[in-house]
Design a protein around this ligand. Structure first.
Ligand SMILES: CC(C)(COP(=O)(O)OP(=O)(O)OC[C@H]1O[C@@H](n2cnc3c(N)ncnc32)[C@H](O)[C@@H]1OP(=O)(O)O)[C@@H](O)C(=O)NCCC(=O)NCCS
Length: 152
């Protein structure tokens, strides 16, 4: 198995990564984001759309979309062959290093998504609300939040 600390590179998304991110999105979600939306999120968030690369391969990505008064963790996904090896943790850490104004980070997660809920709890997110029917297929969302770090 890889040694993430040595081999994993976490860098801002570039246009050339779009096909790999799109493929990862298909592998990871039953309701993947369309190509145009990923492209739009990339355009809007040049410093908070990050990819994790192992050699030259994109094995994970994460996107935070800036809002008026909070940050929205829109998506985080890791290729199934590379899960449970700290890739998502590395992506989240790198994103958090870029957010220094203390604003809260929010996200929604499917209530059945145990792996993601455990991941977020492990990284300091707290459950906030339950939103029945949030997803197109009718599944309930759990919203979670983490207070942002403020650099003085
Ligand atoms: C959620 C996801 C991003 C985690 O990525 P990852 O790189 O495997 O996560 P990491 O290796 O950094 O973190 C592992 C931790 O997350 C949690 N976790 C991850 N997968 C888990 C699983 N299958 N079962 C239980 N806990 C799990 C645990 O807390 C684990 O810590 P541990 O190994 O010490 O028990 C990944 O499972 C994924 O891409 N899932 C599909 C997409 C998705 O659901 N994204 C979230 C949308 S809201």
């Amino acid at each position: 198995m890889m040694n993430p600390a040595n081999e994993l590179l976490i860098i801002p998304f570039r246009q050339e990564d779009l096909a790999s991110v799109f493929e990862l999105e298909q592998l990871s979600f039953i309701d993947p984001y369309p190509w145009w939306l990923l492209a739009e999120l990339a355009r809007k968030n040049p410093t908070t759309f990050l990819v994790a690369k192992l050699k030259d391969r994109v094995v994970g990505y994460a996107i935070i979309d800036g809002s008026e008064d909070y940050y929205h963790l829109v998506s985080i996904a890791v290729h199934p062959d590379f899960r449970r090896a700290g890739v998502a943790a590395g992506l989240l850490r790198a994103l958090e290093e870029r957010l220094t104004d203390g604003a809260t980070v929010r996200l929604e997660v499917r209530e059945s998504n145990d792996a993601a809920i455990k991941f977020y709890l492990k990284h300091g997110f707290e459950k906030r609300d339950i939103v029945p029917g949030y997803y197109a297929d009718g599944e309930t969302a759990i919203t979670m939040e983490k207070e942002g770090r403020k650099e003085s």
